[in-house]
Design a protein around this ligand. Structure first.
Ligand SMILES: CC(C)(COP(=O)(O)OP(=O)(O)OC[C@H]1O[C@@H](n2cnc3c(N)ncnc32)[C@H](O)[C@@H]1OP(=O)(O)O)[C@@H](O)C(=O)NCCC(=O)NCCS
Length: 429
């Protein structure tokens, strides 16, 4: 079969270059052969924010932003949300296949028996201020785990790698719940091995004096679905951080800390917290049109709207919106829901949003559900970090085993000062 190529003609020299196209992609390093002058370095591509640059070849998650399709290892997110559990989906993301009953049992046992933290982590947590943000605590404590597991540096030993992966997936909910309980002055609640992954997380978050915590099955399932929806999302900001930092061959705890830090920002994992602030600020359905006017004037952004990849309705947002009713049937309706529905209704009819293809993303409704379930706003990015940990780890392992792996090291265009000589302090005007 003839290979597809892209032909570039240099107008100055008349020379042509045929660059092979593979999967709709040219290799940026193929541009290197095009030189502006003899002796010059070849030309490079400039792409701030990586809007049109593929940084890896991946087999984990497929995302078609125009058609609103999201697949984990080929399975549609809608089917996983309906039939799977978080731990089964985590297995799938890591191993590329759905597990058999025995495999799932062994995997669940493994995760359940790694949830306890070293007691010194608790002492470490005591050092944080009483009002520390749980996401700040999570990112530092997960990084600190690196010092507890020195074998984690053996990243090319597959058994050690798999042990750290299980530890991270198992311990993130414990770290997250402990961070929360520290920030509100509650005693830490230890894991309960009888419960599911999400049921146990609810237990560690909300158990008070009862001897046995029984999660509400509707809320436990809702959290399971939310965790499935957040498990991976190909090369987003935090996953790129995980791959980028991991490419220096650091241990996975340090790389996950970097990914958590990336997720902390308001344009990424902090967005659902911002959605709630926005809805609270609007406060009344009647104020929605004024708010939309301010958004269109460029004064503020409509949080929970728009996405770098999705240029249609985010499939995850659709599932969450449907699930909201089941949760509210248990918790009572979140009064902010009406404001969100009105914002969505107006925005989806307005040329500003339609023209820019801005639709609700995963964060638009998830915060309303989390709030109704009793999670404080400051826990929202943490609730994103827990399930995304498996996505980060699957991508990290794929990156490590990629024969084309290279340390992440982008190029730059230099527009700074040309060479100049140092001027001693007293001679400067
Ligand atoms: C997610 C996001 C960062 C993607 O950004 P991006 O791909 O870089 O898109 P841009 O910032 O270039 O936006 C493109 C245009 O849409 C507008 N736009 C994008 N998101 C918008 C929003 N939420 N509200 C209002 N306008 C928005 C921009 O102002 C820009 O308009 P312009 O062309 O007139 O300048 C962006 O949509 C955003 O900030 N959304 C709100 C935060 C959020 O919900 N994040 C969670 C993502 S899951």
């Amino acid at each position: 079969m003839p290979r597809e190529t892209l032909t570039i003609t240099d107008n100055r020299t008349g020379r042509t270059y045929d660059l092979p196209i593979d999967h709709g992609t040219i290799r940026a390093t193929d541009l290197d052969q095009i030189r502006l002058a003899d002796g010059d370095a070849g030309i490079t591509s400039y792409d701030p924010g990586f809007k049109n640059t593929a940084a890896c070849d991946s087999r984990i998650t497929f995302l078609d932003g125009d058609r609103g399709i999201l697949l984990y290892r080929g399975y549609p997110i809608e089917q996983l949300a309906e039939h799977s559990t978080y731990l089964e989906t985590a297995y799938l993301l890591l191993d590329a296949q759905l597990p058999t009953t025995e495999q799932l049992d062994a995997w669940t046992y493994n995760i359940t028996h790694h949830t306890i933290l070293h007691e010194n982590i608790k002492k470490f947590m005591e050092g944080f201020r009483h009002d520390a943000h749980p996401m700040g605590m999570l990112l530092s404590t997960v990084g600190a785990l690196s010092s507890f597991y020195p074998r984690a540096r053996d990243i090319f030993d597959s058994a050690s790698r798999r042990r750290q992966i299980a530890r991270l997936i198992a311990k993130m909910p414990t770290l997250a719940a402990f961070s929360y309980r520290h920030s509100v002055g509650l005693p830490y609640a230890y894991p309960d091995n009888r419960l599911s992954y999400t049921g146990n997380f609810l237990n560690m978050m909300f158990r008070m004096t009862e001897l046995e915590y029984k999660p509400n099955p509707v809320l436990e399932r809702a959290l399971e679905v939310l965790f499935i929806l957040h498990a991976d999302h190909e090369q987003n900001c935090s996953t790129s951080a995980m791959r980028g930092v991991g490419s220096s061959l650091v241990d996975p705890y340090a790389a996950v800390a970097a990914a958590v830090a990336a997720l902390y920002g308001p344009l990424h994992g902090g967005a659902n917290e911002q959605v709630l602030h926005m809805l609270q600020e609007i406060g009344d359905v009647r104020r929605v049109p004024d708010f939309i006017k301010r958004v269109k004037g460029g004064e503020i952004r409509l949080m929970g709207f728009g996405h770098r990849i999705y240029k249609s309705y985010d499939p995850r947002a659709k599932i969450i919106k449907r699930m909201a009713d089941q949760v509210f049937a248990v918790t009572g309706r979140n009064p902010l829901l009406d404001i969100a529905l009105e914002l969505e209704r107006i925005a989806l009819e307005d040329d500003y949003f339609v023209g820019r293809k801005l639709y609700p993303n995963v964060d638009f409704y998830s915060g309303l559900i989390y709030q109704a379930m009793g999670f404080p706003l400051r826990m929202f990015p943490v609730l994103f970090a827990i399930p995304r940990t498996v996505g980060w780890l699957a991508q990290w392992e794929e990156m490590l085993l990629d024969p084309e792996r290279k340390i992440a090291r982008p190029r730059q265009i230099y527009h700074g000062s040309p060479r100049r000589d140092y001027v001693p302090l007293l001679e400067r005007s």
